[in-house]
Design a protein around this ligand. Structure first.
Ligand code: ZN
Length: 415
């Protein structure tokens, strides 16, 4: 799903920016954070920064005063590039950051496509950047359906990140049924089973109509309950067939079939839920590892091979490790105007011009991007699928450490 990948990329970009920002410190309270929700007018924010700049003139320390003024000025320059805050808002981090012994450098980091909407405006000047609102966007929101049942009651809901939501608790009337005078034991038994059937049907139907509208976000359905009723209900396919496919095993024994039962279910199923999430990644890397050992593998790895396979349109699925910290940099040679690209691991090293040998080259910001974004775009040209692989599985770690974090399953073997 393309949207899904786009969202993963945004989250990863945010994660990388936050990694850098978390380390940054100012000499004094001179790092400026401006966080702008989508509905806030850029002109208002510019006005406010103007006022803050005027206030900053009262700062006693001369160096802090100058640094704060610089930061606000750069912040305003960033704002001037935008007509509005965009669909999810805009965050600007700017200030003189300590880079070594008593040295500082003016740094500007802009996050303009956060994965979720910014909710509240913040201006802050401090010795660190304020990141809480953005850090919260990285909390896992993958959802699991939860269902607990016995013959007396049932409950269902969803778990997402650390939150558990109980949508409904239901009671059966089976337990309340008593055999009446003149009723045969057989007839009584049949009435009980009919009541049980109706209850199972009601509970599963309610749960399904709650889950079905959000089925694309649900990774799995986790089942629990005190006795054997849960097994009976699953075996007899009470659930909608689309939901039935998502049911994960094993089922869990929990004390009650109510809201507290749902909480207990999440505690017990914790590892299962982690596994489910990583299963898809693991399966993909496994396929790659098996393929790459064949004589004429429909798989390849390494940046050079991947670029050439992408160019030929041979890539079926591109596997990119979330551990990758590389940029594809576009260079302009000053003396001879030659333009070329390299993959860089750090900001510092400037390569010499392949044409004239000069070391006087400049980065072209319009041609410079994170390598994950760049390769994803290349993949799009030949409709290759892209999967970002975390470092949370052994397979994912292997992809990064042994294959450089860039690999592909191919449509056909290349030589
Ligand atoms: Zn040159």
């Amino acid at each position: 799903m393309a949207d899904d990948l786009e969202m993963q990329q945004r989250r990863l970009r945010l994660k990388k920016s936050l990694e850098e920002l978390q380390k940054m410190r100012g000499m004094g309270t001179e790092l400026v954070t401006v966080i702008i929700p989508p509905d806030r007018l850029i002109s208002d924010v510019r006005g406010q920064l103007g006022q803050e700049a005027a206030q900053a003139a009262n700062i006693k320390s001369k160096s802090t005063r100058k640094h704060v003024a610089d930061a606000i000025e750069s912040g305003i320059a960033v704002l001037n590039r935008y007509k509005n805050a965009g669909e999810n808002g805009l965050a600007i981090f700017v200030g003189h950051v300590i880079v070594g012994n008593n040295k500082s450098r003016l740094v500007t980091i802009v996050i303009d496509e956060p994965p979720e909407a910014i909710t509240s405006f913040r201006y802050r000047c401090d010795s660190t950047f304020e990141l809480t609102q953005l850090e919260e966007m990285l909390i896992d929101r993958t959802a699991y359906g939860l269902f607990v049942i016995d013959r007396g009651e049932a409950a269902y809901g969803v778990a997402s990140g650390k939150r558990i939501h109980c949508q409904e608790e239901l009671q059966s009337n089976i337990m309340g049924k008593h055999r009446q005078g003149g009723q045969s034991a057989q007839r009584f038994e049949r009435l009980i089973e009919e009541a049980a059937h109706n209850f199972f049907k009601r509970a599963t139907e309610h749960a399904c109509s709650y889950w079905l509208p959000m089925i694309d976000d649900i990774q799995g359905i986790i089942i629990g309950g005190p006795g054997h009723t849960k097994d009976f209900v699953i075996k007899n396919e009470y659930f909608h067939h689309e939901i039935q496919k998502l049911i994960r095993e094993p089922f869990f024994d929990v004390g009650y079939s109510n809201e507290s039962g749902l909480r207990e279910l999440v505690q017990r199923a914790g590892t299962l839920m982690d596994q489910i999430e990583l299963d898809a990644e693991r399966a993909l890397v496994d396929r790659f590892l098996r393929e790459v050992m064949q004589a004429h593998p429909k798989a390849t790895y390494g940046e050079m091979m991947i670029r050439s396979s992408l160019e030929q349109g041979a890539v079926d699925t591109l596997l990119l490790s979330e551990g990758l910290r590389k940029r594809r940099v576009g260079w302009n040679c000053k003396p001879c105007s030659h333009q070329w690209e390299t993959t860089q691991t750090s900001l510092s090293d400037i390569p010499s011009c392949p044409k004239c040998g000069s070391e006087d080259a400049r980065e072209d910001p319009n041609r410079t991007r994170d390598i994950i974004d760049e390769l994803t775009e290349l993949a799009g040209h030949t409709s290759a699928k892209v999967s970002l692989i975390s470092l949370d599985t052994e397979e994912g770690a292997t992809l990064y450490s042994s294959f450089g974090g860039i690999a592909a399953l191919l449509r056909y073997p290349i030589s």
